[in-house]
Design a protein. Structure first.
Length: 210
């Protein structure tokens, strides 16, 4: 199925909304049905279609007090629906850098690249802290990620549910520093990268309350 068919209209459809929800986290039929306001059977029909298209996979079961509920997640092929420009080229470049440079040199180079990349965007370093952080989350979304701003008693967190650089992070985790520097420069705030790299990749950038 051609990726060109998956456009804005698709993501506005029920199946597109299921894809977006599963991109955030693994879910059961019941959880999807409750969020979308549909019956369990209606959700199962959509999931069956998405499974046939190779976009969704049944991953396991959650055991509770009753019958185990099967969980669903996106297949690796589903990530091709979302823009991830130049990841193959970036991966090759990072392979070469790993052979030619020390880890510290690589990190310094990536941070310099992030500053250069940030020059292409209008910085959001004015306004209150939440406004600037919201703009930072939006920037990650524009780059092909899925990020939202959260606030706890201790900190603000820009949490990414899908990493736009996921294809290269497993072999080159230092690229997370590129995103950290980009967000710092863009927002003018001292965010710290605390990404989760075990299993499904989740970007996490933290700003403690002062």
């Amino acid at each position: 199925m051609s990726a060109s068919r998956w456009d804005t209209k698709f993501f506005a459809s029920t199946r597109g909304q299921i894809i977006i929800l599963l991109r955030r986290a693994t879910r059961t039929v019941e959880e999807l049905a409750q969020t979308l306001g549909l019956t369990d059977n209606a959700v199962r029909a959509h999931l069956s279609s998405l499974e046939r298209d190779g976009l969704v996979e049944q991953r396991g079961a959650r055991r509770g007090s009753g019958k185990p509920a099967f969980t669903y997640d996106l297949s690796p092929d589903a990530e091709s629906l979302f823009p991830k420009p130049y990841t193959a080229v970036l991966g090759a470049i990072l392979d070469v850098l790993s052979e030619e440079m020390s880890p510290e040199q690589q990190e310094n180079l990536l941070r310099a690249a992030a500053v250069r990349l940030g020059e292409e965007y209008k910085k959001s370093n004015t306004g209150d802290v939440p406004t600037r952080l919201e703009a930072g989350a939006k920037l990650l979304n524009e780059m092909g990620g899925l990020a939202e701003l959260e606030e706890t008693e201790e900190s603000y967190i820009i949490r990414g549910f899908s990493c736009p650089l996921a294809a290269v992070v497993p072999n080159h985790p230092q690229v997370c520093k590129l995103a950290e520097t980009l967000l710092k420069d863009f927002t003018g705030l001292p965010l710290q990268e605390n990404c989760e790299r075990n299993g499904k990749l989740n970007c996490t950038f933290v700003l403690d309350h002062k």
